[in-house]
Design a protein around this ligand. Structure first.
Ligand code: 7TS
Length: 404
């Protein structure tokens, strides 16, 4: 694979040759084929899908449903098990809201300390409204959650376990296949937040046997505003709707309504067909490059980045000492320098990283830092860019007036 050639597929990278973009965990760059696909949809197939009887609307519907099938195939699901949403946050809100009817006082929802706020707050709300208890599993210093720790947190009171697949701060990958199996043994449902895994490694929902999986298109080359929720068909079928209104109904009277079939029951209002069409193009791009090649390249870059960052004096990488447990994500602190200052100085050197709490405040509280800097890598990054990051980081304390 010619990874340098891959870079030319991304117009933003080609248009900004001196820019070092290391914030793909926040949002990725998009290949030209995806940008083109969105344009193709609006220039050739645009009509409101799912309602028109004329050919153009039917073509729009076809684009939308073909996109659903492509997304489903990518994660090993059936098309009717994919609900299009705006992003991972909406997918998780949908699940938490719709599963609330399973919860009452005395029940427990189990999440982990390393969740993104999107996988904490919906469950906090669900527990507040139902009287259920929200329990947090903690990880060890390496960011790992062991089988024993997981088993001791999950009991016959547990109704739902919701867990991130790959942490957006630690980069660590949880063994969701094992944890889903244990959750099922006590009769609990297992929700997986795949926002940071689906774009970076092969994820097969049937193999993992998770009940739900959320992810966002914009972290895998698709436009912002399109995401997906996978749910097992029989569960989606039993769940009440989330948002209500147009398109999600079967029949409406003055007093009541019946619901459309799954997945349309969960897609109220005019859908983001252009976004779905472009997400499908992003998946075609992934399939062309190969998800296993992507994962291997990102592992290679992770090993390189771990070494380069470890060589920066006063820098502390948060999380595992195993580079392969980072999946391209390196949160760090630099002694005596606020992460916002790190990000601003790197910005002056044309390097984009994120600084702050990374929407994971309970994790940062647990680790004992208020804020961290984070560089995140994707397959289109290069060793040279990582060198530029490390070189620039080595100058920061001097530029802050520390003398070294
Ligand atoms: N879950 C995880 C693990 C995430 O990393 C994110 C976004 C979300 C859920 C929410 O995704 P959204 O598309 O709905 O916003 N993470 C980040 C990040 O790390 N920096 O910016 C957004």
């Amino acid at each position: 694979m010619d990874w340098n050639k891959i870079r030319s597929d991304f117009p933003l990278i080609a248009n900004n040759p001196d820019l070092v973009y290391l914030d793909s965990a926040a949002t990725s760059q998009r290949p030209a084929s995806v940008l083109e696909a969105e344009k193709v949809f609006y220039e050739n197939y645009n009509a409101n899908p799912l309602r028109g009887l004329y050919d153009l609307s039917q073509k729009a519907t076809e684009c939308y449903e073909d996109a659903r099938a492509n997304v489903a195939k990518f994660i090993g699901a059936k098309p009717e098990e994919i609900v299009f949403t705006r992003n991972a946050s909406e997918s998780l809100n949908l699940v938490a809201f719709c599963l609330s009817s399973l919860l009452s006082a005395g029940d427990e929802v189990v999440i982990t300390v390393m969740e993104h706020h999107s996988n904490i707050i919906p469950w906090q709300q669900a527990c507040k409204h139902t009287g259920a208890t929200l329990k947090f599993i903690e990880c060890d210093d390496e960011g790992l959650i062991s089988e024993d720790v997981f088993r001791s947190a999950v009991t016959d009171k547990t109704k739902i376990v919701s867990m991130v697949h790959v942490s957006n701060v630690l980069g660590v990958k949880n063994d969701v296949k094992l944890f889903a199996k244990i959750a099922h043994e006590v009769g609990a449902l297992f929700v997986c937040d795949g926002a940071q895994s689906v774009p970076h490694m092969a994820v097969d929902v049937k193999d993992l046997d998770v009940d739900f999986l959320s992810f966002s298109g914009h972290k895998m080359g698709a436009p912002m505003g399109i995401g997906a929720l996978y749910g097992k068909y029989e569960l989606l079928n039993k769940m009440p709707p989330f948002l209500t209104g147009g398109e999600m109904i079967e029949f409406v009277t003055r007093e009541d309504a019946t619901w459309a079939e799954v997945p349309h029951k969960f897609e109220a209002g005019t859908v983001n067909a252009g976004g779905a069409y472009a997400l499908s193009a992003a998946i075609d791009y992934y399939n062309k490059v190969g998800i296993d090649n992507i994962a291997a390249r990102e592992d290679e870059l992770s090993v390189y980045a771990y070494k380069a960052l470890s060589d920066v004096p006063y820098l502390h990488i948060i999380g595992s000492t195993d580079p392969l447990q980072h999946h391209g994500i390196f949160a760090f602190t630099l002694e005596g320098v606020h992460p916002h200052d790190i990000a601003e100085i790197l910005n002056a050197d044309n390097i984009c990283i994120r600084a702050g709490h990374h929407c994971a405040q309970p994790l940062l509280q647990f680790i004992g830092v208020n804020s961290a800097a984070r560089a995140s890598i994707m397959f289109y990054n290069t060793e040279e860019e990582i060198d530029k990051l490390a070189d620039s980081l080595k100058t920061i304390r001097r530029r802050m007036g520390y003398g070294e």
